[in-house]
Design a protein around this ligand. Structure first.
Ligand SMILES: Nc1ncnc2c1ncn2[C@@H]1O[C@H](COP(=O)(O)OP(=O)(O)OP(=O)(O)O)[C@@H](O)[C@H]1O
Ligand SMILES: [Mg+2]
Length: 346
């Protein structure tokens, strides 16, 4: 194969030597050894020079580019790096371009793999969560059909248990629909002036029974006597408070306290929901917003939780161009906070 740096250098050096020899023929009084020596020296020097220049400026670069293509072809993108070189600038540029293109493709592939893994995990989680209440309700109904229906003492008990599991199933499907709509970006927010104090009181009324059963006090601390108006989607913000306050009640021991604080800050309203309950260990803190994530699976399950509440909260808060934060200490309690834009009448 002549078309490499050595082959090209050989052809060019030989041509130069021939031209030099032909030129020397024009000089008549040259000694014979000079007539041979000069072309030989020219051939040697040209061969070395051309070979080195070709090798460093072009062929090494072309080999690098070829190696890159080989790696892309074999999908071996992780080891793909542009090699530092001093070669021809346009070849260098081509190498950089290929590298950037492969890099973008690699990120896309990684993202697709991650999404596929996510989907598989989601499907497994959903099936697992649906299976539990369906099996339980099915068990109660079949036991009743197999004769237990004639026993008055257990008939009502089993029917109530089956109904409770079906209610749980309904709540789970509703939450799942909300999460999937939010992740698909299918939910449009209707921002309107919303009285946050009023929302919090409504939720307190709604959850009062649950709190009373555990002797938990629900308290609103507002930095202003009159009401705060924020720009929010009323229904969705209700959902956020229901989830945060019911978590605060659920994950608190008897006789605790749940405090919702409101304070204005530079055109925004700082909102926090604090409890003095069981708290969240630090290693779980940044995962509690993932769907289906539960810190203590058995405990949360006993409370009827599916681990979707906080992921819905996160989506809604982010749709309000804000961020939900959590601070927590085990045994001392947790505080979930976010901010909303205060409503300014024109
Ligand atoms: N205030 C809190 N104190 C302690 N742990 C909490 C608190 N809020 C949430 N957690 C932990 O974070 C996990 C996720 O909460 P999330 O609200 O998403 O799910 P859940 O309450 O288990 O179920 P769901 O809200 O769907 O009924 C909970 O299982 C719990 O372990
Ligand atoms: Mg919850």
């Amino acid at each position: 194969m002549l078309l490499n740096s050595k082959g090209l250098a050989l052809i060019l050096a030989a041509s130069i030597a021939v031209i030099v020899a032909a030129s020397l023929l024009l000089i008549s009084e040259l000694p014979v050894y000079v007539f041979w020596l000069i072309p030989v020296i020219c051939f040697g020097a040209s061969y070395i020079l051309i070979n080195v220049v070709m090798e460093f400026l072009f062929f090494k670069e072309l080999r690098n580019i070829y190696e890159m293509f080989e790696k892309i072809r074999k999908n071996d993108l992780s080891s793909l790096k542009p090699k530092r070189s001093y070669g021809h600038s346009s070849l260098n540029q081509i190498q950089q371009e290929i590298y950037s293109y492969a890099y973008v493709k690699q990120s896309e592939i990684e993202e697709l793999k991650q999404m596929a893994k996510f989907r598989r995990q989601f499907l497994a989680d959903v099936s697992h969560e649906l299976k539990t209440p369906i099996f339980a309700a099915q068990g109660f109904v079949h036991t009743l059909l197999d004769g237990a229906i004639d026993d008055k003492s257990i008939r009502m008990k089993f029917l109530k248990k089956a109904a409770k599991n079906l209610d749980g199933l309904d709540a789970l499907v509703q939450d799942l629909l909300t999460v999937s709509h939010m992740e698909a970006g299918d939910i449009t927010m209707h921002f309107e002036p919303t009285n946050i104090g009023e929302v919090v009181h409504e939720i307190f009324d709604q959850l009062e029974d649950r709190a009373n059963k555990k002797g938990i006090e629900l308290k609103l601390e507002s930095a202003k006597s009159s009401d705060f108006l924020v720009l929010a989607d009323n229904q969705r913000i209700h959902q956020v408070f229901v989830n945060l306050i019911s978590n605060a009640i659920k994950y608190s021991d008897e006789n605790g306290q749940v405090v919702v604080s409101l304070a204005s800050n530079n055109g925004k309203l700082d909102i926090s929901v604090k409890d003095n309950g069981i708290g969240i260990p630090p290693e779980h803190l940044n995962r509690v917003f993932e769907r289906f994530y539960r810190v203590d699976k058995s405990r949360s399950k006993a409370q009827g939780g599916t681990g979707l509440g906080l992921s819905i909260v996160k989506h809604i808060v982010e749709a309000h161009r804000s961020e939900i934060k959590v601070v927590s200490n085990v045994g001392q309690g947790s505080s979930f906070s976010f901010e909303l834009e205060l409503y300014k009448p024109e």
